[in-house]
Design a protein around this ligand. Sequence first.
Ligand code: PMP
Length: 407
Amino acid sequence: TPDVDWERIRADFPILKLRIDGKPLIYLDNAASNQMPQSVIDRLTRYQTTQHANINRAVHYLSEVATLEFHDARCKLQQFINAREDREVIFTSGTTDSINLVMQGYGRKFIKANDEIILTTLEHHSNIVPWQMLANEKGAKIRVVPINDKGELEVDEYERLFNDRTKFVGLIHVSNALGTISPIKRMIDFAHRYDVPVLIDGAQAAAHMSIDVQALDCDFYAFSAHKLCGPTGVGMLYGKAALLESMQPYKGGGDMIASVTFEETTYSTIPHKFEAGTPPIAAAIGFGAALDYLTAIGLDNIAAYESTLLDYATECLTQIPGVKIIGTASEKTAVISFTIDGIHPHDIGTILNQDGIAVRTGHHCAQPVMQRFNVPATSRASFAFYNNKTEVDALVAGIKTVKKVFL
Ligand code: PMP
């Protein structure tokens, strides 16, 4: 990516100048939450200092400004994922909330006893537990797509799972635990041959590749702002308009109604039907600013740069004796999950932290993935476009220190 000055971009992130115990912060936990550039922080400050009010209800100046800015953020999301209409974008509190909205709004209305829901071994708990709750309530069944030893979905097995009881598919776009990119286009097309709607959990995808929901033809797509250089507390659900209209609301309250009497309530149109109560206005506006920032760099540029980082890090870590990379899919984002023979991941994380290096250790809310690879936990370095090769070298040095301390 010769056209992009990545070191200048890195300088947009004030938190990366922090020192931890005198050592420069090396932030490699981007899959959990990535960081905000100054432009997003400034946008939040501008909203809080000059635009803050509740939306939709009042005729006064500030309320009108906040209402317009909130709507503008929705339109930015619409463009970011290339949705047909802005009303197909619903603000939620995050990916987890988006998936629960689909489970409650679609699942509880349309899924019945003996129906089958297809999920994959790679799913984050947030795309497992809601469907299990539904399956238990309705007497429905969950069928699981296996993965191979590289951590790739076995798509032939997926296709064999379909039958006339299959009523819903939930697919992770990119695995947070391994980085595997799922072949979702092919999987969505196959599900549609059976008229089965597909929900894509895009929490780990949207910051790393461009997303086009019309080209994918997915029925639902979900992600969170805090993994796209935005604030916590807000996320989005895309749904095809006709599907969203057919669904029941998930939360009742103000702002989601057309009229209320004690005898009957009629609901508002989408997206408002799914946005009861005061939404996360400030966070949504910050989300919009984060999308502007990412779009200006270009998601294709980001994908290309991160892929060079992944190749470099993979090469370096592969050369350290005792380090085993879990998840070696041919299509991967810049996530490296690893173990070191004889050392507990928690100890690895603790020692790396002493060198200012932030990685995640644990099961990454993906216990079925850990079970598949027969490990209780891994250490995970997950990269963003503001990381660089110097930081990969620091990780490698940190891992060597870990080995010295424990072996
Ligand atoms: N799905 C995946 C793949 C994730 O990585 C995460 C966040 N770790 C989630 C869902 C849940 O996102 P949130 O906590 O923002 O609701």
